[in-house]
Ligand binder design. Structure first.
Ligand code: ADP
Length: 484
C-alpha cells in the first residue's frame, strides 16, 4: 500500500534489545491514516514486561556504549544522520500517512529530526570537565561529567521523528542508552528510524522502541529504578502524572509540556511580516504544535488591517490529503482534536466572537477542519486559557504595551511567545517582560537544533537541542584529589 523505495523501513514489530519482536501475548493495535481513515498497519501492544526487558537490555548495553570514546559514538550517530537524510523521501511518506501533515512538512521534519543527531554527534565530542581552585593546599578539585545512565522517553504524535531524535541524539552522544515509547498514532516513523539506527551500527539495547499500552509502559519506565532519567514531550496533564510517578525513584526529568503561546502585533509592526509569521506559527502542522500561536493580540490601531490581511492569507491555504501536491493543511490527528477546535469556536461565538473565515469541519470530512480566524475574542473565552491545538486563530484587541504583556503572561504556561515591533526599546522591554522560555521577535519560526528549546512555569523542565541540551543527560562527579 505504501509505495516506499525501501519497503524494509516499514516495520510492524517493535525493536527491543536489538530484536524485532511481537508483544508477549501477540496482541497488536491498528494505526490509521487520519486523511482517509484507513488502517496503515498494526504494531505490537506491549506492556510492562516487554518494557522491563528493554530497560534491562539498555542497562546491559550501557557499559559498552559509555566505554566507547565520544568520537566513536559520534561516528555511529553521524552515519544514522546520513541514513535518515538518504531515506528522507520514504521517512516523509511514512510520516504523512500516519500523521497527516503535508509531504513537504514531513520532509522538512526529517531534515530537522536528523539535524539533532548530527548536532549532538558533534556536541558529544565537546563534553568537558573542569578543574577548580582548591581552598586546601594539599588537595585538588576535579569535575568530570558522566552519562546519567539508562534513559526512557515518551513522545507525542505531532512531530513523530523530531521529538524522538531531540532526546535520543543527546542521550546516545552522552553515552546513555534509551528506550522510547512513541505515540500510539505514529509508531511507524519511530520504527523506521530504529531500522536505520541498527544499520548505522547502534549496538543492540542502546536504542529500543516499545509500542503499546501507554499507561503500562509509562508505569514501568517511571517505577523501574534502573531508569535514571525520563524525557517526556506531551500534555501538561500527563507530564504531571509522570512527574508524580517518577518521585518514588527520584528520576531526573525533562518535560516539554503544553504551551499557550501569545503572538503580539504592535502598531509599529511590519504587518505583512506579522501576517507571514502568524501563518507559519499558527497553521503549520494544522495548528498542532506546542509552540503554535494560540492567542493573537493585536494593537487597536492596526487590528482591522491585520485581520483583513490575515484572512486573505488564510483563504489561500489548501486543505487536503498531505500526499496531494499543493496541500498546505492536512487533517487533524483524530476526532477528539476536531471536537476541541469545535468547542473553542462554539464557546468564542457564544460569548461574542465573530468568525471571519472558516469555523467548521471541512467538506472533505474525516478530521479535516477549515482554517479559521475569529475576531472580537476576549479573556473570558476558552481559547484564552486552553491550547486549541488546531487551525484556529483568535484575535484579541489591546491598547497599551503593559496591557499586552499582562495579557500574554496571564496563563499557567510559558513555552513560546512571539511579537512584532520595530522599536528597539519596546523590543527589549517586551522580550524581558514575557514569561516564556522562548521568544520569537519579528519571526514566527524559532525551532532549530542550535537553540535551546523549552519552557518555564507549567510548560516544563529542561532544555532540548543546543549546547545546553546535553546537560540533561549528564551528571557531574566531583573528585577530591588529596595527598598532594
Ligand atoms: P497529546 O494530547 O499530544 O496526545 P499526551 O500527553 O496524551 O498528549 O500524549 C503524549 C505521549 O504520552 C504519547 O506517547 C502518549 O501515549 C503518552 N501517554 C499518554 N498517557 C500516558 C500515561 N498515563 N502514561 C504514560 N504515557 C502516556
Amino acid at each position: 500500500m505504501l509505495n516506499l523505495k525501501d519497503p524494509s523501513l516499514f516495520r510492524q514489530q517493535a525493536f527491543v534489545a536489538g530484536q524485532w519482536c511481537d508483544a508477549d501475548d501477540k496482541t497488536t493495535f491498528p494505526v490509521t491514516n487520519p486523511a482517509t481513515g484507513e488502517t496503515i498497519g498494526n504494531v505490537p501492544h506491549m506492556g510492562a514486561a516487554e518494557t522491563r526487558r528493554a530497560i534491562a537490555a539498555a542497562n546491559e548495553a550501557w557499559r559498552g556504549w559509555r566505554a566507547k570514546t565520544a568520537k566513536e559514538r559520534s561516528a555511529i550517530l553521524r552515519k544514522w544522520n546520513d541514513l535518515m537524510l538518504a531515506n528522507a523521501d520514504d521517512l516523509a511518506l511514512i510520516m504523512t500517512v500516519e500523521q497527516g501533515k503535508p509531504l513537504a512538512e514531513s520532509k522538512g521534519e526529517i531534515g530537522y529530526a536528523a539535524s539533532f543527531i548530527e548536532w549532538f554527534a558533534e556536541e558529544g565530542k565537546r563534553v568537558a570537565g573542569d578543574t577548580l581552585p582548591s581552598p586546601w593546599a594539599d588537595r585538588r578539585i576535579v569535575v568530570t561529567k558522566e552519562p546519567i545512565g539508562v534513559c526512557a522517553a515518551i513522545t507525542p504524535w505531532n512531530f513523530p521523528a523530531a521529538m524522538i531524535t531531540r532526546k535520543v541524539g543527546p542521550a546516545l552522544a552522552a553515552g546513555c542508552p534509551m528506550v522510547v515509547k512513541p505515540a500510539e498514532g505514529t509508531p511507524f516513523s519511530a520504527l523506521a528510524m530504529a531500522v536505520l539506527a541498527e544499520r548505522a551500527g547502534v549496538p543492540a539495547g542502546v536504542f529500543s522502541v516499545v509500542t503499546g499500552d501507554a499507561r503500562a509502559i509509562g508505569g514501568e519506565m517511571t517505577s523501574n529504578p534502573t531508569v535514571r532519567k525520563l524525557s517526556f514531550t506531551g500534555s501538561t496533564e500527563v507530564g504531571r502524572l509522570l512527574m508524580q510517578q517518577s518521585a518514588a525513584t527520584v528520576k531526573k526529568l525533562s518535560l516539554e509540556l503544553g504551551g499557550n503561546a501569545p503572538f503580539i502585533v504592535f502598531d509599529d509592526a511590519d504587518l505583512d511580516a506579522a501576517v507571514e509569521g502568524a501563518m507559519a506559527s499558527k497553521y503549520r502542522n494544522a495548528g498542532q504544535t506546542c509552540v503554535c500561536a494560540n492567542r493573537i493580540y493585536v494593537q487597536d490601531g492596526v487590528y482591522d488591517a491585520f485581520a483583513d490581511k490575515l484572512v486573505a492569507a488564510v483563504r489561500k491555504l489548501k486543505v487536503g490529503n498531505g500526499l496531494e501536491p499543493g496541500v498546505t493543511q492536512g487533517p487533524l490527528i483524530d476526532e477528539d482534536a476536531v471536537k476541541k477546535v469545535e468547542l473553542h469556536v462554539a464557546d468564542a461565538t457564544e460569548k461574542g466572537g465573530r468568525v471571519l473565515t472558516g469555523g467548521k469541519r471541512h467538506a472533505l470530512g474525516h478530521t479535516f477542519f477549515e482554517p479559521t480566524v475569529i475576531a472580537g475574542v476576549t479573556s473570558d473565552m476558552r481559547v484564552a486559557k486552553e491550547e486549541t491545538f488546531g487551525p484556529l486563530a483568535p484575535l484579541f484587541r489591546f491598547k497599551t504595551d503593559e496591557e499586552a504583556i499582562a495579557l500574554a503572561n496571564d496563563t499557567e504556561f510559558g513555552l513560546a511567545s512571539y511579537f512584532y515591533s520595530r522599536d528597539i526599546g519596546r523590543i527589549w522591554r517586551v522580550a524581558e517582560g514575557l514569561e516564556s522560555g522562548m521568544v520569537g521577535i519579528n519571526t514566527g519560526l524559532i525551532s532549530n537544533e542550535v537553540a535551546p528549546f523549552g519552557g518555564v512555569k507549567q510548560s516544563g523542565l529542561g532544555r532540548e537541542g543546543s549546547k545546553y541540551g546535553m546537560d540533561d543527560y549528564l551528571v557531574i562527579k566531583y573528585l577530591c584529589m588529596g595527598g598532594i
